[in-house]
Design a protein around this ligand. Sequence first.
Ligand code: GAR
Length: 186
Amino acid sequence: MVSGGGTNLQALIDAQKSGLIHSGEIVLVASNNLQAYALKRAEENGIESVVMTDEEELIRVFQEKDIQLVVLAGFLKILSSRFIRAFEDRIINIHPSLIPSFCGKGCYGLHVHEKALDYGVKITGATVHYVNEIPDGGRIIAQKAVEIKEDDTPQTLQRRVMEEAEWVLLPRAVEQISEMIAKGEK
Ligand code: GAR
């Protein structure tokens, strides 16, 4: 599921192409935003996509397609309890900070890096976690630290966190969980 630029989706597509992700397949890209560049990335790679804001409908579509793992790859909206319950323990999210810092409601995208810089922390990073009804509150799967530089802006920091942490962590986590699902361990 995506909302914007889709660089995390791109990392997943690239990982699938390189064979790093081989225990599962990206079958559908769902966006809550018609303008999301992520949709173009899906199209260019021959992946089906849907634009949908009605979560009831999304639940139906995902169930129809027998989706086993829902990956929030730059999805910037908080999901309803109904949606979360429909795919319990099968939704993961990438967040651009070391949870429990700089996370929760209203803390997403560039805001996360603005907050980290305002606070003055010297180390930030990214976290992949399961999604439950507490925003950014589900069990942590993987984390990676990234150093903050003196002259960082929210934009330069966002880019470094993506390159050094997000695009590395998310594909690995997706493969790890897909493998567990494929082996019936989950
Ligand atoms: C990424 O940094 C992702 O971690 C973040 O939004 C950005 C989306 O970029 N997600 C959140 O803040 C979720 N709370 P992308 O569309 O290029 O992947």
